[in-house]
Design a protein around this ligand. Structure first.
Ligand SMILES: O=P(O)(O)OC[C@H]1O[C@H](OP(=O)(O)OP(=O)(O)O)[C@H](O)[C@@H]1O
Ligand SMILES: NC(=O)CC[C@H](N)C(=O)O
Length: 630
């Protein structure tokens, strides 16, 4: 049994900018923020199904009263679990106090989850087990309000071990090695220092408890974030709430992980996907802004907000896999990009079916690939329109021929149905084989036996399990002459380490194809060369400069690798001819020009840590180790 491939997480932050009473009066409910946060989180369930958490901070609560509330859950439906608990708290609290239902002061004094600052998180764990203790938001508590920190993030650092080492060298004694704790401790350490710095500055001028307020007003969050994050190497959108109610979201300098925000005079909200903000607040898309890479959106204690540049920006390399598969496809930009991905594949597909559209049926593997399929059909229509024009321009003599040309439509069928609306990709490998083989169903009596070619598009082929364990055998029962599998993503060749947790080389069917090619062509010495180079580099102080693994792919063309992939995923006993067509990296960039992060396809990592991870992933695989590379 091996680990599951994991994804990124989802974040949702809401800051109420008006007094709590305002929302009760205007929206006639004390649960305005609860409702909005639950919608934002529901719309991001695609980003995390391992667990979830919600934290809430009340600003300006008198000493002795609780002001931080939090629920986390790893139940099968964590959001339902959390939000039903919050609702229950309200029901219980108001049971004998119905008169107070619209009384903000009473509610804030007597009930949890009535604060102004909200943080929600959906988790796909990448570090640490799937237990409630590892769910975000995490708390770093103190009796000094301004030293409290609540954190949640969508992140993966390539250098967590180094970061952990630095904490130890600072004299800390962390009780855990979970990456979220490491990152939070780092920010927490500098929050403590910042508190101390401001305290030293004002201690002779103000007396306690005024001094505490002065500290809160003078904490320099951009400075503290710079000091904390300058050593981070990875992809991240990290959210933090301070005990006094200021909040921040900092995004990595290459913009690898997504983060968007919207603000008006009532709220400031942040989410990993635009669609979550749109669904909860129904604002225009052009009012939703991307947080600038390397910057932090900071909302102060008074609700004033601003973006601050924190770290030197790197070339923008936002994750393209978000666009291809991961994010919700209802975001209009993503929808169009996915359609474009399908459309751009048309020349390769036509070639593969010998331009014989009469004997070709087009279909898709649900769910994500549906949009690329629509684009593919649009591309076919455009191709046919050109053909018709050409026929007319060239002058067709017989009416029947012209009729045929004009009325011809591509043959589109829904051949595959997915019975469960869940993502198999994130299921543990051992369970996934079973799940994948039973989750799809197929339509019979549409394909003309031994005559038709079936072209079927999927968004991506990673391990090839979906094809091998299910789709191909199923389609073969329809007795097509040939099956052409089309991937709207290029070949996934290199590990990801910035969010989508694909860290083992042998998981990738493209890598397995290359191993076979090397073996067949007596070129296995290349493996040894790359191993020696990687081991040598990893032993030095600077293992970051080269991705040696690229050299293994270089001797082969994309087509040779695709052909070998087709051989590998071909189930025993398959009768149809089989070929696999992948998107080119060039066309991927054309379709998603704002998201040029393509390291899993090209090996060009957006931060230096990536090269170390890939070399390590390779040496692990070469030595037969199953452990992760970062
Ligand atoms: O090559 P593999 O390793 O099998 O992975 C790729 C498959 O995994 C995903 O399906 P999933 O069921 O997760 O999601 P979807 O319904 O959103 O397409 C994706 O859409 C591909 O079909
Ligand atoms: N997918 C993520 O962003 C994971 C966050 C963090 N690495 C965790 O495992 O909890």
């Amino acid at each position: 049994m091996s680990d599951a491939i994991k994804h990124e997480c989802g974040i949702a932050l809401i800051r109420l900018r008006k007094p709590y009473q305002y929302y009760i009066d205007k929206y006639e409910t004390p649960l305005y923020a609860v409702h909005k946060l639950s919608v934002m989180m529901e719309k991001q369930v695609n980003r995390g199904q391992d667990g979830a958490g919600v934290a809430n901070i009340k600003i300006d609560v008198p000493p002795g009263k609780r002001y931080i509330s939090r629920y986390r859950s790893v139940e099968p439906q964590p959001l339902t679990d959390i939000f039903s608990k919050i609702h229950k708290k309200f029901r219980k609290g108001l049971k004998n106090n119905r008169d107070h239902v619209n009384d903000a002061k009473w509610l804030q004094e007597n009930l949890a989850f009535t604060g102004e600052v909200w943080l929600g998180h959906l988790r796909y764990g990448t570090h640490g087990s799937n237990e409630v203790e590892n769910c975000h938001p995490m708390l770093r508590q103190s009796n000094w309000r301004s030293r409290n920190l609540v954190m949640a993030g969508n992140f993966n650092m390539t250098n967590v071990d180094e970061l952990f080492g630095k904490l130890v060298s600072l004299g800390q004694h962390p009780k855990e090695k979970v990456d979220t704790v490491t990152v939070m401790e780092k920010i927490g350490h500098f929050l403590d220092e910042e508190n101390q710095r401001v305290f030293e500055r004002f201690k002779g001028i103000y007396e306690n408890p005024t001094l505490s307020d002065v500290i809160e007003d003078n904490i320099d969050l951009p400075r503290l974030l710079y000091r904390s994050c300058r050593d981070f190497d990875g992809g991240y959108a990290m959210c933090g709430l301070t005990g006094y109610g200021a909040s921040f979201v900092i995004r990595d300098p290459a913009g690898i992980r997504p983060a968007f925000y919207y603000a008006d005079d009532e709220v400031v909200v942040v989410a990993s996907e635009k669609q979550a903000i749109k669904a909860a607040f129904n604002v225009d898309y052009d009012q939703i802004t991307e947080i600038t890479p390397g910057s932090a959106l900071i909302v102060d204690k008074n609700g004033e907000y601003n973006e601050f540049p924190i770290l030197p920006r790197l070339e923008k390399r936002s994750c393209s896999f978000e666009r291809i598969y991961f994010s919700r496809g209802t975001d209009p930009d993503i929808y169009n990009e996915r359609k474009q991905l399908g459309k751009l594949l048309i020349p390769q597909i036509l070639k593969e079916v010998n331009y014989d559209l009469e004997n070709t049926i087009f279909s898709y593997i649900p769910n994500t690939a549906e949009t690329a399929f629509l684009g593919m059909i649009e591309g076919l229509e455009e191709y046919l329109a050109k053909k018709r024009k050409q026929a007319i321009m060239e002058g067709i003599l017989f009416e029947a021929d012209l009729e045929k040309v004009l009325s011809f439509r591509p043959r589109i069928e829904k051949l595959v149905t997915k019975d469960v609306k869940s993502r198999t990709f994130i299921t543990a490998d051992a369970l996934r084989d079973d799940m994948v083989s039973s989750v799809y169903d197929t339509t019979f009596e549409v394909v003309r036996k031994n005559v038709d070619t079936v072209v079927i598009i999927d968004d991506s082929i990673v391990r090839g399990t979906t094809l091998e364990k299910s789709i191909l055998t199923m389609l073969d029962r329809l007795k097509p002459k040939k099956i052409v599998v089309v991937s709207s993503a290029p070949q996934i060749r290199f590990p990801d380490c910035y969010g989508i947790d694909m860290s083992r080389m042998k998981d990738f069917v493209a890598y397995r194809a290359v191993l076979k090619l090397l073996e067949e062509r007596d070129m296995e010495y290349l493996l040894e060369d790359v191993y020696t180079q990687s081991v040598t580099a990893l032993a030095t102080k600077n293992p970051y400069h080269t991705n040696y693994v690229k050299a293994l792919y270089e001797p082969f063309t994309d087509e040779e690798i695709s052909q070998k992939i087709a051989e590998i995923v071909r189930p025993k006993g398959l009768n149809a001819e089989l070929s696999v067509v992948f998107q080119t990296v060039e066309n991927l960039h054309k379709a998603c020009p704002g998201h040029l992060g393509d390291w899993y396809f090209t090996g060009n990592y957006p931060t230096q840590g990536g090269n170390k991870v890939v070399n390590k992933a390779f040496t692990n695989s070469y030595e037969g180790k199953l452990e992760r590379a970062y």
